[in-house]
Design a protein around this ligand. Sequence first.
Ligand SMILES: Nc1ncnc2c1ncn2[C@@H]1O[C@H](COP(=O)(O)OP(=O)(O)OP(=O)(O)O)[C@@H](O)[C@H]1O
Ligand SMILES: [Mg+2]
Length: 311
Amino acid sequence: MKQVDIVGLGEIVLDWVTEIPHFPKPDEKIDALSENYFPGGVTANYLVAVARLGGLSGFIGAVGDDSYGELLIDDFNKESVDTTNIKKLANKKTPVNFIFVAKGEKTIIQSPHMYTTKIKPHDLNESYIADSKLLHTTNIHQKLTEKALEIAQRNDVNISIDLESQIALRGWSNIKDVLLKADVLLPNKEGAKVITKSDNPKKAAEILVKKGIPIVIITLGSNGVLITTNDFQKRIPTYEIKNIVDTTGAGDTFNGAFSLAYWIKGWDLEKSCIYANAAASLKIQKLGARSGMPNETELKAFLKKHEENYF
Ligand SMILES: Nc1ncnc2c1ncn2[C@@H]1O[C@H](COP(=O)(O)OP(=O)(O)OP(=O)(O)O)[C@@H](O)[C@H]1O
Ligand SMILES: [Mg+2]
């Protein structure tokens, strides 16, 4: 088994992506502009973003015993994401998500198998987590997450949590024990809004920090990100991208690049966010969650052009 620095616990799915001219009304039939499938899943994408930029990452979880599962594992292997802790479960289906992209905006319909194709808490490989530097999760499978976080805390492994809005809908009282274990919480604007019931990202972040999460980084789409700690709050704007093709996976790319910069390279929060904004800016110029994720060389070239003084 290869020991990795960043372990991901969460979703791995196949994305069917169609570009459409507009969203159809009920009973309307429209022609798609394109139709493709891509390996996806919030956490799986995140790990690929880390690996493309030279980080050592690995996934803990499960796929179904079907061809989609094979495809997802093969793709991880091609991307150098460690697959030694992925189980293929008999009689379970690999989840498939349906993604509709209309004029650069996406709508996602998530598979119900996401919640049933999973490993059990006692299947967790303790040493794989204990010997890593960061455990990153979305808390999709809460019991499993709780056990993994307990292992991480006991072994001084840092914890980062991506809070998506569907998970935030479970409500603060149901997920606070998980969220309060985060060293960094990475919600998008919607996740932050749902969990705090505040429409204002600045206030939402302050609420979360006051509750005891040391670092909250809210991604704000084209407005960049908002960093909040007990000591400071600062928005880091991002780049103006004219050619936006597909924002699927923008947050995952941001989170992966941020984690590598902050936890592994040891950069400060601001520099790590600039690096991660740049990675996400490259990602959104291609279709599919992973196609546009930059490798180290591509990201360096972009940063050289835009951030001469910083990098
Ligand atoms: N339109 C855009 N222009 C420039 N950068 C963008 C745009 N949309 C997203 N990004 C970049 O991607 C980051 C994450 O985007 P966003 O806040 O939309 O995350 P998200 O909703 O979690 O996305 P995903 O659903 O892909 O996980 C932003 O902080 C920014 O760096
Ligand atoms: Mg996201």
